[in-house]
Design a protein around this ligand. Structure first.
Ligand code: SF4
Length: 447
């Protein structure tokens, strides 16, 4: 169980020296218990006490890294069951399945689709994160698939319970730090040796949660704590139940044996049914799949799923902001008109997209509004004539831009007069209230 502030306080030096930045040892202990600061902020804890506390205060779920370079991902490390309690920290990955049991046409089509999903949404690159290569029975074909998957540069999940075949796969792709999946009660020792040899994370499965728990305990006894739990069970119902129980056991009940990220194979749970796989991918994005495997990921599959993931794994306590400043669009220069909005990332990306679509050169001005949307910022007093004038001064807009036309968000058209008073010489034009009408509006303004 997690330690309370009082438990931690009892082992601090109790000198209230303030070296940790907290006024007292008690305040320090409370912050550590809440996860607001880490133990290393106190330089006066002995190594022995620190090791004990580290273990006791570590997040209930281990943080695991897979892949390398741009394909390196962090999984797990979650501390809450529900996003609104705090935040989820490691977004789930979407993986596409290849298998030696699939036809060449199916494998090739899945790989071709992978290339088609690559776009940006609110500053985040959206693409297929990983390729899951499943071994069923044909070792030679499987190894060819591993080679093809490796060529994509994506992170690999090599799902192979046969140690000899898995060894061949790791010869090919071990350096890119894939996950080696497929360890179970019968083969865990051999696969563990391979995972250790190549320094890769091991995926563990069981026919039920009891068997999974036992196998993880045995692997931990062998010194392996770099694990991912495969909660794909015989049915969708059992898989969902397993995913929830594993997460609850670790986060709520402090069961460290289940304190690892999970993988859910929707391609297996609903083979051939892409609509069901998309539904399962949504479900397990919410309920606790760290890696979700599907038979394919087309652009139209990706749009809702990646949007959902971005919503779920955004920290609700941190506004999504872009840096205030001048963003020239469509080759804008000092003679181009200015359009101003707030620094809320969603507003920025929606409006900048429409400005780009218009083809009109515009100096897009982003003012610091605390990361709020236009109306919220206005209501909170963070978007006003004074804040805009202050931004103009700090960003030295008048020295950088000669054009004196400023388009303001139509939703705060009421600020027009006040802004004119604060920015003499500027012509203030409210935009249409909806971003979608910006293209026509700008083209007419520029005509
Ligand atoms: S640095 Fe350590 S000893 Fe000093 S106040 Fe902080 S917790 Fe207490």
């Amino acid at each position: 169980m997690a330690l309370t502030g009082l438990d931690i306080f009892k082992i601090t030096p109790k000198t209230n020296c303030k070296d940790c930045g907290s006024p007292t040892c008690m305040a320090f202990a409370m912050k550590v218990a809440q996860g607001a600061i880490t133990l290393d902020k106190c330089p006066h804890l002995s190594a022995e006490v620190r090791a004990k506390l580290d273990e006791a205060t570590a997040p209930p779920m281990k943080t695991i890294k897979i892949g390398t370079g741009e394909g390196e991902f962090t999984l797990g490390g979650e501390t809450v069951l529900y996003r609104h309690e705090k935040t989820f920290v490691s977004k789930n990955l979407f993986a596409v399945a290849l298998s030696d049991a699939y036809s060449d046409a199916q494998n090739d089509a899945a790989l071709a689709d992978v290339k088609n999903v690559d776009y940006e949404r609110i500053g985040e690159r959206m693409c297929v994160d990983a390729i899951f290569v499943d071994y069923v029975s044909d070792g030679a074909r499987f190894l060819e698939l591993v080679k093809k998957a490796k060529e994509t540069g994506k992170t690999l999940i090599i799902n192979c319970g046969d140690a000899a075949v898995a060894s061949g796969a790791l010869e090919i792709a071990g350096a890119s730090k894939p996950v080696l999946g497929g360890a179970d009660a019968s083969n865990f020792a051999a696969l563990n040796e391979l995972a250790k040899k190549y320094g890769v994370v091991l995926g563990v499965k069981g026919k039920d949660l009891n068997e999974l728990h036992d196998t993880v305990e045995k692997l931990e006894a062998l010194g392996n704590k770099e694990l991912i739990l495969d909660v794909t069970m015989a049915s969708i119902k059992d898989a969902f139940s397993a995913a929830v129980q594993v997460r609850r056991a670790s986060v709520k009940d402090g069961d460290r044996v289940f304190g690892y990220p999970s993988i859910v194979n929707a391609a297996k749970l609903a083979a051939g049914d892409m609509n069901m796989q998309a539904a399962l991918a949504s479900l397990f994005t919410l309920k606790y799949g760290s890696v979700i495997v599907m038979e394919r990921m087309t652009y139209s599959d990706a749009l809702p799923l990646y949007g959902l993931r971005q919503n779920i794994f955004t920290n609700p306590q941190k506004p999504m902001k872009v840096e205030p400043g001048i963003y020239p669009i469509n080759g804008a220069n000092e003679n181009s008109v200015c359009a101003l909005t707030v620094d809320f990332a969603l507003t920025y990306f929606v409006v900048s997209g429409e400005l780009e679509r218009s083809g009109v050169p515009v100096n897009f001005l982003i003012t610091d509004a605390g990361g709020y949307s236009v109306l919220t910022a206005w209501a909170a007093g963070k978007l006003s004539a004074s804040s805009i004038a202050k931004f103009f001064q700090e960003a030295e807009i008048e020295g950088k831009i000669k054009n004196r036309t400023l388009i303001i968000p139509g939703k705060v058209a009421v600020l027009k007069g006040e802004i004119e008073d604060k920015l003499p010489g500027w012509k203030i034009i409210p935009s249409p209230p909806e971003a979608i009408h910006l293209v026509k509006f700008l083209r007419e303004l520029n005509a």
